[in-house]
Structures are given as structure tokens and as C-alpha cells.
Design a protein around this ligand. Structure first.
Ligand SMILES: C[S@@+](CC[C@H](N)C(=O)[O-])C[C@H]1O[C@@H](n2cnc3c(N)ncnc32)[C@H](O)[C@@H]1O
Length: 346
């Protein structure tokens, strides 16, 4: 899992989101640790309640560039290089500042001291950039993210396309299990017709809070319902009625987590990564449960760690559960890796 980010130049325009205003970071007083008491409002949407001088901002910029240039990728964990960090620094400044040509004052969405602190966390602690700025671009969405919830990855976007190609998609009843930020559920929710809906579930309280925020932010409350609980537990009332089950479950083998890129292994929630001894503990559970959760002809699509896991699960679906499922397919991601497993309930 590599942390990448869409450049600002091809971002969608900022969205008007006065929803959940009570969470806006409105205080003009400084937050000594900007990552504690996180609001869910991303940095670029916070009010310009702080200010500094162009000279002080230049000093910060110079210091931050020097820190970025002194950082070398660790060959052991595929860390990012300084040119990547410098790109992130310019995004951070664009997200935070608003200059006016006729004065020496720069208006800021965070205190300048907080920018120093955030940049140290990025370079020295390898905290993912998305946690610093509080959002990630995914499909045509700008999703709020915060520590404690997985940053949605580009390859996962394909799950929405796979679902949307299914006959009866627009009016169907869908489930996104292990929703995280609510990315897949929101992506599907936006494509549904009037009769369609999605139930998005997660066992993590933080994920449920963030997913609710994102769903509300895009006005999808009538299409996407968020429920907290473990896998099929919150879906008992729709058992045997689902048109489709979609999931990107935790699939990293437990012993591999300490060797992941520091941004991932040190900072993203273990609950979102750890797939047990061989990485497939949750995948196997989801496949097995799909037999009773899906209606006849219902569709499933699961993301895996890649070729080996996809092959293993595909074989299991054909042999052990062959009476329940058909049309099992291995679907490649953008890099040609067999990332997804799809099929139908007989
Ligand atoms: C790899 S993340 C995927 C998040 C999101 N769907 C995405 O693609 O960005 C896996 C998610 O599964 C959730 N999860 C882990 N164990 C779970 C369980 N027993 N029941 C439900 N969700 C679980 C995690 O909290 C996490 O949000």
C-alpha cells in the first residue's frame, strides 16, 4: 500500500459544506497538538481565523523544505523521497493559506506553530499526509479522513465500478462491509436510482463516525445507512435479501504489518489491516457468510492482497462452496494485479 495523493491542480472545486458546523475548528486560540481533539473538518475548509506575516511564512517554508530535503527514503519500507515531500509541502501551504496582494499579512486556517508541528509529524514521524490535512481524494469525492480510519486507496475505486455494472444495480439493496471512511458506500450511493440503497457497516467506532460524516457531507443519508457491528451481525434483518455485498476487508498477514511502509504500519489502524495469520481470516468469513446474506442471483465483490489470495479464495468458492456460488472471476486492478474476486449467488 503506497500513499499517493491527487495534485491540487486536478482537484474538484471545494465543496460547500456548512453541515455539522458545530465541529468547525473556530477557535482563534492555538491548539498545542493539532492532532488531538481533531475536528472532522478538513484543513482546507476551516475558517481563516489565524494570520502571520509573509516573512514568517517564508521562514516556515524554508525550514520545512530543508527538513524535507534532509529526509531519505528508507530502503526497507519503500518510504517517500524528498521530492514527494516537497510536493506535499506545497499542497499543505495551498490548503492552509490565503494571501492578499496588498498587505504583508497572510491569513491561515491553522496557527503557524501548528504548521511547524504538523510538518515535523509528517517528516520525522512519517504520519500520512492525509491525516495532517484531514481528507483524501477518491473517485469524484473529497472524503474526510482522520487517524483511526483507513485512508481509502485508488485501487478500491474499482469496486464501485464492478458493482455498478451488475443488472438491477440502481434499484438494488447493497452492503459495504468494513466501510472505513464510507468511501465505497458513498461511491455506490451516488450512482443508485430512487429505489436503491446501501447499508454500510464497520466494527470501529471511529470509522462509523467518519463514514456518517462523509455520507452527510454529500447529502446521501437517504441512500446510505451506517450501522456499527461485526461483519454480518448488523445485517441480520436483510439476510437473504441483498442484491450485492462489497468489501475491502483487512487482508495483510499479521506478521507482515511491522514491515509495511511506516506511514501505513505505524499510523493506520491495525484493525483495518490485520487479516490474521495468512491474511485471509476475514475474507474466508465474508465468503462463507455471503451464501446466506445474498438473495438468489446476488453479486459479491471482495478486494484481496493480490494474486495469491485471489486464487486461493476463488478455488475455495468453486470447490468448498461451489453449490452456492457461480461465475467466479478474478479481476485485475490498475497495475494488472488480480486484486478483486467477484461472483454470484446461485
Ligand atoms: C481495509 S479497511 C477498508 C476500509 C474502506 N472500505 C476502504 O476501502 O477504504 C477494512 C475495514 O474493515 C473494518 N473491520 C475490521 N474488522 C471488522 C469486523 N469484524 N467487522 C466489520 N468491520 C471490520 C475496519 O475497521 C476497516 O474500516
Amino acid at each position: 500500500m503506497v500513499i499517493t495523493r491527487v495534485p491540487l491542480s486536478i482537484r474538484s472545486p471545494p465543496l460547500p459544506i456548512p453541515v455539522l458546523r458545530q465541529n468547525l475548528h473556530c477557535s482563534s486560540s492555538r491548539n498545542p497538538n493539532p492532532n488531538q481533539n481533531q475536528t472532522l473538518t478538513p484543513l482546507f475548509l476551516r475558517p481563516l481565523t489565524h494570520s502571520t506575516t509573509t516573512t514568517k511564512l517564508s521562514s516556515f517554508h524554508h525550514w520545512a523544505q530543508t527538513l524535507a530535503r534532509s529526509s531519505f527514503p528508507n530502503p526497507d519500507d519503500a518510504g517517500v523521497d524528498s521530492s514527494h515531500l516537497l510536493r506535499e509541502l506545497s499542497w499543505l501551504l495551498q490548503d492552509t493559506t490565503s494571501t492578499s496582494s496588498d498587505t504583508d499579512t497572510v491569513r491561515l486556517r491553522a496557527h503557524l506553530d501548528d504548521l511547524y508541528s504538523l510538518w515535523r509529524q509528517r517528516v520525522e514521524e512519517r504520519k500520512p499526509f492525509q491525516y495532517l490535512v484531514g481528507n483524501e481524494h477518491w473517485r469524484d469525492l473529497v472524503l474526510v479522513v482522520r487517524e483511526g480510519v483507513l485512508i481509502p486507496r485508488p485501487e478500491t475505486e474499482l469496486l464501485v465500478d464492478l458493482a455498478s455494472e451488475v443488472d438491477g444495480f440502481r434499484e438494488g439493496l447493497w452492503a459495504d462491509m468494513g466501510t472505513g471512511t464510507g468511501a465505497i458506500a458513498a461511491g455506490i450511493g451516488r450512482e443508485l436510482g430512487t429505489g436503491g440503497s446501501v447499508i454500510a457497516t464497520d466494527v470501529s467506532e471511529t470509522a462509523v463516525e467518519v463514514a456518517r460524516f462523509n455520507v452527510k457531507r454529500y447529502g446521501l443519508e437517504d441512500k446510505v445507512e451506517i450501522r456499527q457491528g461485526s461483519w454480518f451481525d448488523p445485517l441480520q434483518d436483510v439476510k437473504g435479501r441483498l442484491t450485492g455485498l462489497i468489501s475491502n476487508p483487512p487482508y495483510i498477514p499479521s506478521s507482515h504489518i511491522s514491515g509495511l511502509q511506516a506511514e501505513v504500519g505505524r499510523h493506520e489502524p491495525r484493525l483495518a489491516l490485520d487479516g490474521g495469520e495468512n491474511g485471509m481470516q476475514h475474507l474466508v468469513h465474508l465468503c462463507e457468510g455471503s451464501a446466506s446474506a445474498l438473495k438468489a442471483g446476488g453479486f459479491f465483490a471482495f478486494e484481496t492482497n493480490g494474486d495469491e489470495q485471489t486464487e486461493f479464495i476463488a478455488d475455495l468458492m468453486k470447490t468448498k462452496w461451489g453449490d452456492f456460488f457461480c461465475n467466479i472471476k478474478r479481476v485485475p486492478d490498475f497495475a494488472g494485479i488480480k486484486r478483486f474476486l467477484t461472483g454470484y449467488r446461485r
